[in-house]
Write a protein that binds this ligand. Structure first.
Ligand code: F3S
Length: 62
C-alpha cells in the first residue's frame, strides 16, 4: 500500500503528522515533506486515518 500527498493541496494542517509522525514527515514550514510514501505492514489503519483527517483531502491511498 502506498500513500500519495498532493503537495499543491497541502496547507500545513499537520493532522497527518499527528496521526503518525514517522510516516508523515513535515518540512520546516510545517507542510508535507514527501509526495509518495510506502506504508509498512501494520500501518494501514494509520494511513487510512490520515486520509480521513486531512481537511484539504490532499492524501490518497493506492
Ligand atoms: Fe498537509 Fe493535510 Fe497533512 S494539509 S500537513 S497533508 S493533514
Amino acid at each position: 500500500m502506498k500513500v500519495s500527498i498532493d503537495l499543491d493541496k497541502c496547507c500545513g494542517h499537520a493532522r497527518c503528522y499527528a496521526v503518525d509522525s514517522e510516516l508523515f514527515q513535515l518540512d520546516d514550514s510545517g507542510y508535507a515533506l514527501r509526495a509518495d510514501i510506502d506504508i509498512p505492514p501494520g500501518a494501514e489503519d494509520k494511513a487510512r486515518q490520515a486520509v480521513n483527517e486531512c481537511p484539504e483531502r490532499a492524501i490518497s491511498l493506492h
